[in-house]
Design a protein around this ligand. Structure first.
Ligand SMILES: NC(=O)c1ccc[n+]([C@@H]2O[C@H](COP(=O)([O-])OP(=O)(O)OC[C@H]3O[C@@H](n4cnc5c(N)ncnc54)[C@H](OP(=O)(O)O)[C@@H]3O)[C@@H](O)[C@H]2O)c1
Length: 217
């Protein structure tokens, strides 16, 4: 599949690399066409990777991964262009963490709203699926790193058929079907995004991001 990865940070690079490993081709993108990190990604993966602007990649991709800074995701997706996103699945991994006032960050959208819902409202013809945002990116693409892969990933969307498509990708990453917890419609992304302040506190206490939620009981 041709996949657009929006975001040249650690998450975009980790997700993009894993997708290429699984046989997909990936366009890594940013605000500019000659981003150094996107160029390095292409150099690393050669023929299965391309680089471009957010708009180039959104036009190229059959499915879009949003791995941009959450406070800037709407700006990035606007640059990607509504016509390039219409009808496509947007896998939204971003968290609306606002670090502008230092640590700990606040959530720029919260309680009665979520970034996932804001993206869906801004691009009503796209199909937003919120997932993977509750863990460190190394675990997103390799759940077997801890507890024999026996821990949970959440999925939220108003589009059941899009959710099924994304579940297949999660399974290809190594997620066991029974550990992909379907939380229902996109408003459930409020809960997964609001987990982030606790995630950051656990990270601070453990001094490691290699942990996740496992539902028991
Ligand atoms: N790190 C993790 O393990 C982890 C885990 C779960 C969720 N997340 C979420 O994943 C997302 C990506 O995290 P990250 O650390 O890899 O990257 P990041 O540093 O949060 O974001 C990098 C991307 O955001 C874009 N961006 C920044 N400001 C922008 C603006 N004003 N307009 C348009 N685009 C802008 C950058 O574009 P340029 O390339 O043009 O600079 C870059 O591609 C975040 O939302 C984060 O909360 C991270």
């Amino acid at each position: 599949m041709k996949i657009a990865v929006l975001g040249t940070g650690t998450v975009g690079s980790t997700i993009g690399s894993r997708l290429i490993e699984l046989g997909h081709t990936v366009m890594m993108c940013s605000r500019t066409a000659n981003n150094e990190k996107a160029k390095a990604f292409v150099a690393k993966h050669s023929s299965n990777a391309l680089a471009g602007t957010f708009a180039d990649a959104a036009a190229y991709g059959e499915i879009i991964f949003n791995c941009t800074a959450g406070v800037a995701s709407l700006e990035a997706l606007n640059l990607a262009g509504e016509k390039n996103l219409n009808g496509k699945i947007i896998v939204d991994i971003a968290n609306p963490l606002d670090f502008s006032k230092g640590m700990p960050p606040s959530l720029s959208v919260v309680n009665t709203n979520s970034l996932g819902e804001e993206i869906q409202k801004a691009f009503p013809e796209a199909k937003v699926v919120k997932t993977l945002n509750t863990m460190w990116c190394g675990l997103m693409v390799n759940p077997g790193l801890i507890n024999n892969g026996d821990h949970n990933v959440f999925i939220s969307s108003d589009h059941p058929e899009a959710k099924e498509e994304v579940k297949k990708i999660l399974e290809s990453f190594g997620w066991k079907p029974e550990n992909i917890t379907d939380l229902g419609n996109l408003s459930s992304a409020r809960g997964t995004e609001m987990f982030l302040p606790l995630w950051l506190q656990i990270y601070g206490a453990k001094k490691s991001g290699t942990f996740n939620i496992k539902i028991v009981g």
